[in-house]
Design a binder for this molecule. Structure first.
Ligand code: KPL
Length: 303
């Protein structure tokens, strides 16, 4: 077994939820805070509510500065914070420590492997939905799964799969590049439009004008997907996106929430990445470019 001890950097709702799940499955887990002073603190008690059931968890929290050695690291920060977060703890990572990245968007893995071995770096996506309420309790609102794989398909993939396979809702994904691209396309289709229009995900299909805009955007994304080699995904992208919009109709997308709360968005790793990739593939993406500029402008106005 590769590691029994995970540190999670980025202790928001998803990081905290994954910590409780790994703990339930028998792993030792600590939440790492980048900016908190002091040493490892006593386990904090946390209540998790899921489908009418409440469970109590004791999670150790510590500052990145205080931790001695990290045997396995899961980074659940926003895309733009991943590299600084890794660099903060780089010197604490054991020689064979796996690092798992779980963020929206793409392009960070390629930067991260300049600082850490690709053979130990994994990417994942989660369809779990969770938030921390005002009392600090964890609400597990949507049940999904967490898929992890290795973009370069290196040899240690099997070892990590053996570690993660029995871990509750964690799954090994042998074709993680496809899953990451599919998630990118879904985020490109839903996040900027809902952020700009300040609407629920479902309104993208319920409102005729927004439906037209969404479908035109998805057609552009399908062209990028096909040029990037994801032909089958391209052929069914309209249906896929419509399915996710329907399943998350009442959600406020993460980008809408970020924009409304004046927080940094993940637009550069989502639409920004897609536009950069489309340029290298010679695929015109005027709609994505327009949305990228709009979200950047609204973000600047709010900050
Ligand atoms: O992942 C999401 C997000 O909001 O970031 C979707 C799938 C769009 C659900 O809201």
């Amino acid at each position: 077994m590769l590691t029994e001890r995970w540190h999670i950097l980025g202790a928001g709702a998803i990081g905290t939820l994954l910590a409780t799940q790994l703990q339930e499955a028998g792993s030792k887990v600590s939440l790492l805070h980048r900016n908190c002073a002091g040493a490892e603190v006593a386990p904090a008690q946390l209540k998790r509510y899921a489908q009418g059931r409440v469970s109590t968890h004791h999670l150790t929290r510590s500052s990145a500065a205080a931790v001695q050695e990290i045997q396995g690291l899961i980074i659940t920060t926003k895309a733009a914070d991943v590299i600084p977060a890794l660099l903060d703890v780089r010197g604490k990572l054991a020689a064979d420590a796996p690092v798992i990245l779980l963020h929206n968007g793409l392009g960070i893995y390629e930067q991260l492997i300049n600082h850490y071995p690709a053979s130990l770096t994994y990417c994942g996506i989660t369809t779990e939905g969770a938030y921390l309420d005002n009392a600090g309790d964890l609400i597990h609102a949507g049940h999904g799964d967490t898929r992890v794989g290795q973009p370069d398909g290196a040899a240690t993939a099997r070892a990590l799969s053996e570690l993660l396979e029995p871990r509750g809702s964690w799954l090994w994904d042998a074709d993680i590049n496809l899953s990451l691209w599919r998630k990118l396309m879904i985020n490109c289709a839903i996040n900027p439009l809902t952020a700009i229009h300040g609407c629920r995900n479902g309104e993208l299909l319920e409102n005729p004008q927004l439906r037209e805009e969404t479908q035109a955007l998805v057609a552009e994304l399908a062209a990028v997907s096909a040029a990037a080699g994801f032909k089958q995904l391209a052929a069914t992208l309209q249906k896929t996106v419509a399915g996710i919009i329907g399943a998350t109709a009442d959600n406020a997308s993460s980008m809408r929430q970020d924009l409304e709360r004046g927080r940094a968005t993940e637009i550069e790793a989502i639409t920004g990445y897609c536009c950069r990739r489309a340029t290298t593939l010679n695929v015109p993406t005027p709609l994505n470019h327009r949305l990228l500029q709009q979200v950047r402008r609204i973000s600047m106005e709010k900050n």
